[in-house]
Design a protein around this ligand. Sequence first.
Ligand SMILES: Cc1ncc(COP(=O)(O)O)c(C=O)c1O
Length: 411
Amino acid sequence: MFDVDEIRKDFPILQTKMNGKPLVYLDSAATSQKPIQVIQAIVDYYKTFNANIHRGIYAISEKATEAYTESKEKVAKFINAGSYRNIVYYRSTTEAINIVARSWGEQNLKQGDHVLITEMEHHSNMVPWQMLARRKGVVLDYVKLKGSAYIDMDDLNEKLSLKPKLVAFTHVSNVLGTINDAKQITKMAHEEGATVLIDGAQSVPHMPIDVKSIDCDFLAFSGHKMLGPAGIGVLYGKEDILEKMEPVLGGGDMIRTVSFYSCSWNELPWKFEAGTQNIEGGIGLGAAIDYLNKLGMNAVREHERKLTSYALKRLDEANVKVYGIKTDLDHKAGVISFNVEGIHAHDLAQIFDSEGIAIRSGHHCAMPLVNELLKEPAVARMSFYIYNKEEEVDKAIEAVEKARRLLLRKK
Ligand SMILES: Cc1ncc(COP(=O)(O)O)c(C=O)c1O
C-alpha cells in the first residue's frame, strides 16, 4: 500500500516550517528530500565504519568497501543493468555526461561528424556537446519539438538520415514533464548506427527503468534527485563500450600497474574512479534505492500520475497557463511548468515562499527551450515526488489566488 502519510513521517524536513508555515515542498525536480533511512545510513558509516575503500586490510575498511560495492549492485539491479561493472559513480548527471563527451566523444568523433540532441535538453545535455563541437568541429543538430510538448518523430527521422554518430536525449523533460519514448528513439538511432546516451535525471527517480529493454548505450542520472545525497551520480554504460573508453581522470585506484613511464588501467568500473571516492554518497544512494524498492517504482509512478492529473485539473480551473502536455498523462511526469498572466514567475515564487511553498522559477537550465521556444523570460514549476499530496496542490492554488489579489489588485 502506498501510504503518503506514512511516507511523510520518514522525512524530517517535512515536519518543519518555512516562513512560519508548514513546508510544502514542490521542487523535487531540482532535488528531492531525504528520508531518515538515508540520513541514518550516512551517519552510521561515519560513526561506525568510516575508512577508505579498496586499500585497508582491516575490518572497517573492508566493510566500507563492501558497502560501496553493494550500493553499485543495488543501482545495477534498480535499472536492470547486468552488473556493478556497468555502474560508474560521478558527482552528478552533469559530470557523467561531460565524461562521456570527454572520453567517448574525443575517441570516437572527428570533425564533421554529427551529434544529435533535442530542443528539450537541460543544459547538462547540451553544453558538453557544444564544447565538443568547439574542440573537435563536430556538428550539433537538434530534433525539433511538436506542439511545444513532444519530440517531433518526423524531424527525428529526417535528422537521423544525416547519420549522427551519437544521439543524446532526455528521457523526461525537466520543464515540460514530457516522457519520451526512450526505447523507440533508441531503436531508431541504433538502426542508423548511432550510439545512444539517455539523460535519466528526471526519469530514473520516478518510474521503472530497464536499460536492457531500452537498449541505450549510456544512461546518466543523479542520486540527489532520488532520495540520495548530493555529490553522487551514475553513469551506466554497456560493458564493451566502457571497456574501450579511456579514463578522463588519472590517479590512485584507477590503475592496475604503474611504472615511471607507463601504467595500465584497473578493471571496470574502477578504471573510471580516480582517487578517493564519495563513499558516503554511494552508501546513501544504496539506502535510497532500498527505500524506493520497498515502495515499488510502479507505485511511485502511479502516485505521481494521479497527483499530476489532479494538479493539471486544478490549474486549469484556476485559469493558469500550463506549458507542455495537459491531458496525455501516459507521457507526462510529475513536472508542471506554468505562468499566471500578468505576474512574473519570480514574483509568483516569492508569494509561494511566503506561504511556505517551495517551487522553482526561471529558465530551469533549459534556456533555449524556455526563452526561444516557449518565448518566456521565466516559467514557474511545481514538481512532485512520493511525499506530495493533493492538499499541497490545493495550497499552491490558494497561493496563486493570493498572488493575483496582491499583484493584480484583484478582490
Ligand atoms: C533533465 C535533467 N538533466 C540533467 C540535470 C542535471 O542534474 P545535476 O545537476 O544533478 O547534474 C537535471 C537537473 O535538474 C535535469 O533535470
